[in-house]
Design a protein around this ligand. Structure first.
Ligand code: AP5
Ligand code: ZN
Length: 217
């Protein structure tokens, strides 16, 4: 399956993508994670991306599309993929369509995660991520690690993302509404959108997502 996940910052895209990718046997491709890996390796791309990310803005399309294309062309993505955080505006969606067309591929679904703004702000404020593995994500009150600051899965250090400050979160939400939400209409016109509520326990949201994807097939 080829799936795009869309939803505001903190809706739980990363959390759900990890689980869905495992169940559906497809790679989880997160442009945010790819940028953060570049930042920690101090590459030129990482240096460029960090300035945009810390301000809550989108990284320019040209570098983002090239990076996403490169990742989607890796052998493990041949049979399908779950895109998390890409596309993030209409021109990225058009670039993805072009790429898929060249490869004679199609998207199966666009899964839209809906969550109220006050809830996503709370989720982001309490999020802690593992330095060793971006799939190890916790929340100080909702899903706390057994030992504060230490990852349950691998013992790695948990940290708070630089772009998770309240001011940057507000900016990211504004960017979501103005630039990313229009892709939902873009994909509705293609009949691809399935919307689910992303509130309630993580397992319940995963169940809803799998159900929605099955109905859409
Ligand atoms: P990115 O990393 O994609 O961030 P985002 O879209 O803002 O999404 P988040 O990672 O903040 O949230 P999420 O929905 O994954 O939630 P999570 O599962 O962690 O992008 C970061 C930046 O990179 C962008 O601002 C931009 O600058 C740049 N970028 C990336 N892609 C780009 C692109 N295509 N073009 C241009 N620029 C790009 O969950 C959040 C918290 O809630 C966690 O603590 C989790 O444990 C908790 N939680 C999750 N589900 C539940 C639940 N059901 N109940 C209770 N708590 C929950
Ligand atoms: Zn870990």
């Amino acid at each position: 399956m080829r799936i795009v996940l869309v939803g505001p910052p903190g809706a739980g895209k990363g959390t759900q993508a990890t689980r869905l990718a495992e169940t559906l046997h497809i790679p989880h491709i997160s442009t945010g994670d790819l940028f953060r890996a570049n930042i920690s390796q101090q590459t030129d791309l990482g240096k460029l991306a960090k300035s945009y990310m810390d301000a809550g803005n989108l990284v320019p399309d040209e570098v983002t599309i090239a990076m996403a294309k490169d990742r989607m062309e890796q052998p493990d993505a041949e049979g399908g993929f779950l895109l998390d955080g890409f596309p993030r505006n209409v021109s990225q969606a058009e670039a993805l369509d072009e790429l898929l067309e060249t490869e004679e591929m199609k998207l199966d679904a666009v899964l839209d995660l809906e969550a109220p703004e006050d809830e996503v702000v709370k989720r982001i404020a309490g999020r802690r991520v593992c330095r060793n593995n971006s799939a190890h994500v916790f929340h100080v009150t909702y899903t706390p690690s057994k030992k504060e600051g230490v990852c349950d899965a691998c013992g790695g250090e948990l940290y708070q993302r630089d772009d998770d400050s309240e001011e940057t979160v507000r900016k990211r939400l504004e960017v979501y509404h103005t630039q990313t939400e229009p892709i939902i209409d873009y994909y509705k016109a293609q009949g691809l959108v399935v919307t689910i509520a992303a509130t309630g326990p993580v397992d319940e949201v995963t169940g809803r997502a799998l159900e929605a994807l099955k109905h859409d097939k």
